[in-house]
Write a protein that binds this ligand. Structure first.
Ligand SMILES: NC(=O)c1ccc[n+]([C@@H]2O[C@H](COP(=O)([O-])OP(=O)(O)OC[C@H]3O[C@@H](n4cnc5c(N)ncnc54)[C@H](O)[C@@H]3O)[C@@H](O)[C@H]2O)c1
Length: 265
């Protein structure tokens, strides 16, 4: 019998752990017996999430600041006695603004949190994992990192970079028994997306129409995909950027050009 997924004895660091996809993945890792430390920029919210989930520690810091990233990994490792699993979920959304109207400050911040932050946490945790010759990492890319989304150059370039970093680290660290994968979510009902919907940056009806499964995702659907990639069930999977997108990236956006005719029409 193939054993069910169980992370007993595994020690996990989750960035962006105070909210959304990070918090839900932390919850599922805990349910499956991992020990988890949450890291987040929002110190009060990460402590609250830690208390609510029954996690094993909360660390405040900015993943995009090298000293913070190194400290968060060191504090998480101290609290857990090492690190086996890393989920890089910290990220911020952006507005639909074309590049010629973007400020350098806005562009750099979106880019730095998603790509530079993922890189810094991965490097610090990777040093520990290379030494122990084991580990698994799951990064969070996006459908916006798979194809061009007008108005989202900072986010898209960063998330494409996360995908490329994922493949590169998988190749660099395979010989140490470390697997590195990513999920590429589509629109998921998290506080980040609720904020964008409230500010009318997106129209939910248009998103649902463009999505083959015709709905937005629940955070749990992202967590399940990430947990699969962490688990032994994915023991031969590395360097993969897995779309978890209800078919979004499979769809060629033919729009009204192609109209399906059913046999009954
Ligand atoms: N929600 C979606 O539809 C969607 C789609 C594709 C990808 N993503 C990605 O999923 C990840 C999680 O997003 P979410 O929707 O759960 O958002 P969220 O806003 O609910 O959670 C993100 C968390 O990251 C934290 N954070 C932000 N900047 C940080 C920093 N510099 N250092 C440390 N922590 C920081 C926030 O405080 C927050 O708790 C992000 O990387 C996001 O880009 C989300």
């Amino acid at each position: 019998m193939t054993p069910p997924i169980d992370f007993k004895g595994q020690r996990a660091l989750v960035t962006g752990g105070a909210s959304g996809i990070g918090a839900e993945t932390a919850r599922l890792l805990l349910e499956l017996n991992a020990r988890v430390v949450l890291c987040d920029l929002a110190g009060d919210r990460v402590q609250q999430a830690c208390d609510k989930l029954g996690a094993h520690g909360a660390v405040q810091g900015d993943v995009a600041v090298e000293a913070d990233a190194d400290r968060m990994v060191a504090e998480a490792s101290d609290a857990l006695g090492g690190i086996d699993l890393v989920f890089n979920a910290a990220g911020i959304g952006d507005d639909l603004v074309p590049l010629h109207e973007q400020s350098t400050k806005h562009w750099r911040r979106v880019f730095d949190v998603s790509l530079w932050g993922t890189l810094l946490i991965s490097r610090a945790a990777g040093r520990l994992m290379v030494e122990q010759r084991s580990g698994a990492m799951v990064n969070v890319s996006s459908i916006v990192g798979l194809d061009a989304f007008p108005g989202r150059s900072a986010y898209g370039v960063a998330k494409a970079g996360v995908g490329h970093l994922t493949k590169t680290l998988a190749c660099e660290w395979g010989e140490y028994g470390i697997r590195v994968n990513a999920i590429a979510p589509a629109y998921t009902k998290t506080p980040m997306v609720k904020d964008l919907l409230e500010r009318k940056v997106f129209d939910p009806g248009v998103i649902e129409r463009r999505t083959p499964l015709a709905r937005m995702a629940e955070t749990e659907e992202m967590a399940k995909a990430a947990v699969f990639l962490f688990s032994d069930w994915a023991s031969y999977v590395t360097g993969v950027v897995l779309p978890v997108d209800g078919g979004w990236s499979a769809y060629g956006a033919s729009g009204d050009v192609v109209k399906i005719r059913h046999a009954t029409d």
